[in-house]
Design a binder for this molecule. Sequence first.
Ligand code: FAD
Ligand code: EGU
Length: 472
Amino acid sequence: MDNRVRSTKVAVVGAGLVGSLEACFLARRGYEVHLFEYRDDIRLLEHVPGRSINLAMSIRGRAGLKTMGLEDKIIKNHGIPMVARMIHNKDNTIKSIQYNKDGKCIYSVGRRYLNEELLTKAEEFPNVHVHFCHKLLTADLTKGTMIFLNTKTKEELHVEADLLIGCDGAYSSMRKEMMKRPHFNYSQQYIPHGYMELCIPATPDNEFAMPPNYLHIWPRGKYMMIALPNQDKSWTVTLFMPFEIFDELTTPEILLDFFKENYPDAVDLIGRDKLVRDFFANKALPMISVKCSPYHIGSTSLIMGDAAHAMVPFYGQGMNCGMEDCVVFDELLELYNDDLSQVLPAYTKQRNPDAEAIVDLAMYNYIVMRDLVNSKLFLLRKKWDDLLSSLFPRTWTPLYTMVTFTRVRYHLCIANKEWQDRVVNKIVKIGGILGIGLGILLTQTQAVHQLSCTIYHHISGLASKTLALATQ
Ligand code: FAD
Ligand code: EGU
């Protein structure tokens, strides 16, 4: 480890999921790291049962944990595998749709547990110094100076560092400083939906109230619910709907009627009284989508994670993308030999197209889910994708598979999807005639008869369903 790195002081703002992981990455390379966090140390706060919030973790997030030697501990010991989605219909029927036929799955991980593990890991490095209860007030991004408020003593702390990294989340103060500078592009969008977290408790005999290894979804178009399993056998349920509708649910009667109509099975799972209590004790929270560029100023300042690219949660990728940011930044530090004047611009150049791609994909999926009235279309899209990927396993990878189960750059996931759409459009155009012709032709050959019958059956079934839905 060279002296240049060792004598470089980095101030990381925000000890959330990305900031605490980034502190580990920098410490591993030998930097002197100061991690500043507005909140108190979450490890000192008491654990309230039924208050846990969880996240879907996939390969991109795991890549970051792996480098820090935390992957097995967090995924294998704590994560709850989700091998499929479980779709809940209005008539109380359920149906599962697997994620991946190779057995790949995603994991439900507690946000707080994950953050605690990352903080503890960071503190294991002698060159990491964590400062809780420190709120960033202002920063001079070119000079490398910052002013923090110590929320306990109310004193101001002036800090100087060679590199300032903002990992301070969707409403980032570091980003606000960047916005004061010329050539900084910024756009944000609030969606009309809000979210509220509810809880399905464990059963009296301490079991999961629903099959545990699934991401449960109640798709209802404008309203949607998602549930992820917790270690204590409860479920965190997230209700998504327009703020207007949250506002209309003003009394326990109206609320219960709404739930009985839309989520009949969930009423019993949550419990009527608990549902009423929790709903009126909570409030719906907003969701914001943010794009900006560049992510750096000169060789002194950088933003990462939600600070640089907050996204709506409809792809389960916000944290995964933020943790992948840390991996990408580390790779560039290695490539440019820790020369920050080269690394920072290279990071913006490489990461901006990918971050904006997943911000777009998440927003697009919000619109898709919102307009999806029942699970039929969802299933149908999936069946087309599955048919094509089983016919051409190497060339046809469904979009969510690329996003969730590979580390293919996000912008290339979109490029691939656009290519697939062009192919599908062509198939649809000429497919009707050619498909039937091909079907007849194939059935002539005895050896492929069985196979082609199966394929033909799939295609004709799908085609008629697609037609039926399209003409609905
Ligand atoms: P944060 O986790 O927000 O951390 C920022 C930290 O900075 C906080 O600790 C904060 O206290 C601190 N801070 C803020 N301002 C200051 C200041 N001025 N001074 C000092 N410190 C400051 N992602 C997934 O990958 N999978 C999912 O399943 C998933 N589900 C989600 C569901 C919902 C409803 C939402 C809203 C998001 C979801 N996400 C998911 C996204 C994920 O939560 C975020 O992408 C992730 O938390 C971003 O991490 P971060 O460290 O950048 O920001
Ligand atoms: C939303 C809120 C199912 C956690 C997108 C799938 C999400 C998560 C999906 C939340 C959906 C939606 C995917 C995963 C995941 C699906 C995905 C969404 C986790 C396309 C805690 N989404 N989410 N897509 O495929 O790729 O199962 O709050 F309902 S995980 Cl909206 Cl894979």
